[in-house]
Design a protein around this ligand. Sequence first.
Ligand code: AHR
Length: 503
Amino acid sequence: MKASVIAHKDFTISKIDDRVYGAFLEHLGRAIYEGIYEPDHPTADKDGMRGDVAKLVKDLNVPVVRYPGGNFVSAYDWEDGIGPREDRPTRLDLAWHTSESNQVGIHEFADWCATVNTEMMLAVNLGSRGVDDARNFLEYVNHPGGSYYSDLRIANGRAEPWNVKMWCLGNEMDGPWQVGHKDADEYGKLAANTARAMRMFDKSLELIVCGSSNSDMKSYPDWERIVLEHTYEHVDYISLHMYFFNPEKETANFLTMAEKLDTYIETVASTIKQVKANKRSKRDVYICFDEWNVWYHSKEQDKKILEGNSGWPHAPGLLEDVYNFEDVLMVGLILNTFIRRSDVVKIACIAQLVNVIAPIMTEKGGPAWAQTIYYPYYFASIFGRGTALDLKVNTPTYDGKYGDNAGYVDVSGVYNEDESTISFFLVNRHGTEAADVDLDLQGFAAGEVIDHQVMTHTNLEAANTAKNQTEVAPRKGEGAKADGGKLSVTLPPYSYQMVRVKV
Ligand code: AHR
């Protein structure tokens, strides 16, 4: 199979917002406890945070982490997680049918974010609570001092405000599974009122209103239109979520979920435009894709706990998907989609970061390791910063269950002007044919290949485990050639690659 790509220096999509490589951590399963926090772990620091996990996170250069949920936030009282640890209450978490010890709260999370060099993105509870919760939490987190909540923060050991800029107005409020679920009008009004109150405190906050939990929701895409009609002038982003699944083990179909993602983004971008036009507004609202990942491997094993047949355990293993090589391809395609849609998708968060549908796994008292999907996320986050190129791609295509005209060769290109490099991220969706890809770099001075990484495996189901942590890992590629503004590379069947050229 042959494919060709034209990359022209003047044909660009957008400057990519670095925050598109963000992540998410929820009080769910072992994400926090035994994930980032395990005071008895041999690598734990003075705050009880695991050093081995912090290292894997730091290596990813995660720009932002959303916290504390997720479904968890919709019945969460943030006040439970402040003050002396021994006084913090254990609560029942209705979302995941577990107990929450509150040993980690906003202070511990903020300190951890500083350790791993990331920014916080906080969600307020608009399920069981409302405007008051939001304004009080905001005052606690961002006000310098001299008021009830800011002084309480100071008394709890943190003198400086954290100055968190990004705030989510609830989570998945369209979902009937959500504590305090609302219809679009009800939620839209509450979100607008909450946003107004938060902006009275600080006009410069970046506020994110809930869009749909997925594009199969009955209320989609009217939900977006109605919610934006209430909130358009008060928010900066609308949040979307999507999880990718393949229980039938139909790889070709599974991989067309990237087309479904693209359509979802396109539809919501159009809805944003429609509401903007209706309102004769001058401001822009963008997409914050703050939950995305493959999620299905753990569904069966989680039923017992989620259906309430295990009591209320604290931090049990939940949503612990063990990712395989096939998921590398899917995650590569998702990230390529975000790069190509960087004109409208400004923030995105892989869900989640540790143990819970996550690129990083841990064992209690044992090792932490990179799951298969860690690598495409790593390559995009480290080398995908810059300007997205509007590539002209000529590739054979196929039709699948979730979308038609899926290119067998899927590619995104990022030009980094400061470093004079282009990074190409390529996926071959063909299961039996290799793809010879010719890339024509127009308007760029002739380049040389400076890095070439390949991920491929004979077994789509191969995974990394505590005992075999590198079964699926990138290896240095051979054979990518750059000559006189032309780059050529061969993609083996079902493979992911990154090729970087100096231009
Ligand atoms: O990330 C797991 C869960 O998925 C989140 O809590 C929720 O927002 C979504 O349904």
